[in-house]
Write a protein that binds this ligand. Sequence first.
Ligand code: FAD
Length: 443
Amino acid sequence: MVNKKRIFALNRKPLVSGPIIYWMSREQRVHDNWGLLHARELAGNDRPLVVAFCLAPAFLGATLRHYDFMFTGLEKVEQELADHGIPFVVLSGDPVKTLPQFARDLGAGAVVTDFDPVKIKQQWQGGIGQQLEVPLIEVDGHNVVPARVVSNKQEYAARTIRPKIHKLSHEFLEELPPLEPVTVGAPSFDPVDWQGVRQSMQVDRSVAPVNIRPGEKAGRDALSDFVHNRLLGYAEKRNDPNEEATSRLSAYFHFGQLAPQRAALDVAASGKGEDQASYLEELIVRRELSDNYCLHNPNYDSLQGAAPWALKTLNEHRDDPRDFIYTYEEFEQAKTHSGLWNAAQQQLLKTGFMHGYMRMFWAKKILEWSASPEDAHAIALRLNDRYQLDGRDPNGYVGVLWSVAGLHDRAWKTRSVYGSIRYMNENGCRRKFNVDEYCRTWL
Ligand code: FAD
């Protein structure tokens, strides 16, 4: 049984007879998926279950890099669902129109979907919930402790959400049951024409796909590789960008190809040392703090989402002289005076992944070398979302605001341009890792 606290009614319509639709959105996987499991529960032994994916004509500036990873993952979802007797349908167009129409045509009894705090998803859910004549039910399959349960307000920092998560995680960090095949005959649909789907998209093709294997199985393999080969030493080495010490699972989490809960269970089962504790802090506390922030602050994608003290200090220092000011294009093309910054940008351009420690340095320098804090925020977010395979994620909105505007942080010693926002520089990096080696690798 899916814990009822994961389940949230997005409208107040009565459940009627007819097939159950699972509108797959943020959680693009068949296994370890609380939303799909709840839809399966509602279908029981007498209703068909159909999975629908809505393909909007464009999505928050996503590029070929992102679509390629997502489509390949979804192709595998279709095959895996077929093995469970569950058809998969892609609906192209505005989801607020296509999904209610599909539900009407199918005579659906209810629609189940994923929790997602990002505004566009909330708008879709709001519009669809109104138009449907049947229930629209949200299930949080992304957070170990559901975001709506952990707190009903924006948390100040990791230190305020941590005790709330720890108090509740024993209830929610449970093994996920297998998905039972559906035996009731489902309406039949043509297989998805993936080539047609790919060709129909007006996608920015200038950002090429990267060499990361997509899909649910690839995500599970990557998790297993991390737990068996790299988790040992994570606490000590995770801030060294020359080491392959972190999990590199963020794109799988972002596209929902791997359940964070699966990663948490496997890591927790491997031992109780400082490596496990350090990883679970990032995976659960830090990641779930991002969902909390985006759920409760509609300005999460703007500088206005920062705290008043941070906006005040940035404002007081907006006219401070800058040693360098770069345009978006100069940053994008890695044409700054700093070899270290350019190396980080090159790692991003070439691989679709920048090491977490470098992301902080990278964004802080964009603040230092932009004409205004607003420009810096916009440039950092645009580059992040265009090139990081895991971009357009609550973690990205929060990471950029943390770096540029002290979100979830505190005031530090005041200095030029930054005001009292925490400062980072190359000397600090040199004390932590071999900067020259990093530059040799990526330049
Ligand atoms: P690991 O160290 O293996 O951590 C495991 C998981 O914990 C990650 O996959 C991620 O889900 C979570 N996590 C780790 N660090 C953080 C953090 N600081 N905040 C929240 N969750 C965290 N993350 C994204 O998923 N998408 C983004 O677009 C993104 N942009 C960022 C931009 C900036 C400027 C900064 C400072 C951080 C950003 N992050 C983003 C957060 C973090 O850097 C990445 O999640 C992490 O580097 C991904 O690598 P990994 O999976 O190997 O991490």
